[in-house]
Ligand binder design. Structure first.
Ligand code: 13P
Length: 251
């Protein structure tokens, strides 16, 4: 019922040439990753050339961030311009944005709204730090980030929103959440969606996991009932490992 998503977040990596070489590797491998939605979030500079290179393929493009307005905001990028460059989705609230650039829940909520208003899809990232997990605050933090991020969003718009659970302690550390830990958090998120909206919204919303996903651990994660895909950082930078992840469940 929920089509799995494998998304690659390249963060601040890859020149235009490197992005194009990746696309050339990815395109022929796609037929072997059937029934999976493949999304790439390259740096902004590679978006429009990738859109052209991946035209006629099923790969979708996402922005890694946006600013919730248009006009005199030097150095920012809007949902409208991301759509113009070929994006169908935007990653919002990544922990690197929250931690390194001081983004608040309220600001992230403005971005969620701006992306939805532009007709694009949102990948809303949430997740606890190691200290918060140690302090048994995980569910409290997830609920707070969901409440703020989704404030004013109606159930109908949720058809265009994906939640990405990315425990901060698992990002770029090689320390993946165990399948059990991830499933527990995903279950909590789905239960929250059922209470906040309704059961049908909870049942149809994709909740994907991010944090040191590799070809080795993807199968265990995808076997969990509430894990609907992955948001992959480091392992999405090499086409071979990203393709292996996109072909999860197969040898
Ligand atoms: P890593 O896969 O490198 O841990 O990064 C995860 C991530 O932040 C994806 O958005």
């Amino acid at each position: 019922m929920r089509t799995p998503i494998i998304a690659g977040n390249w963060k601040l990596n890859k020149t235009i040439d490197e992005a194009l070489a990746f696309a050339q590797d990815l395109k022929p491998a796609l037929s072997k990753a059937a029934n999976v939605e493949i999304i790439l979030a390259p740096p902004f500079t590679a978006l429009s050339v990738l859109a052209e290179a991946l035209n006629n393929s099923s790969v979708l493009l996402a922005g890694q961030n946006c600013y919730p307005a248009q006009g005199a905001f030097t150095g920012e990028i809007s949902p409208r311009l991301l759509r113009d460059a070929g994006c169908v989705a935007v990653i919002v609230g990544h922990s690197e944005r929250r931690q390194l650039f001081g983004e608040t829940g309220e600001f992230i909520n403005r971005k969620v709204k701006a992306v939805l208003e532009e007709g694009l899809r949102v990948i809303l990232c949430i997740g606890e730090t190691l200290q918060e997990r140690k302090d048994n605050q995980t569910f409290k933090i997830l609920e707070e980030q969901l409440r703020k991020g989704l404030a004013g969003i109606d159930g109908t718009s949720m058809a265009r929103l994906v939640v990405a659970y990315e425990p901060v302690w698992a990002i770029g550390t090689g320390q993946t959440a165990s399948s059990g830990q991830a499933q527990e958090a995903h279950r909590f998120i789905r239960d929250f969606l059922a209470t906040h909206f309704e059961q049908a919204v909870a049942d149809s919303t994709r909740i994907i996991y991010g944090g040191s996903v590799t070809p080795e651990n993807i199968d265990g994660l995808m076997a969990q009932p509430d894990i609907d895909g992955a948001l992959v950082g480091g392992a999405s930078l090499q086409s071979a490992s990203f393709i292996q992840i996109a072909r999860f469940g197969r040898v």
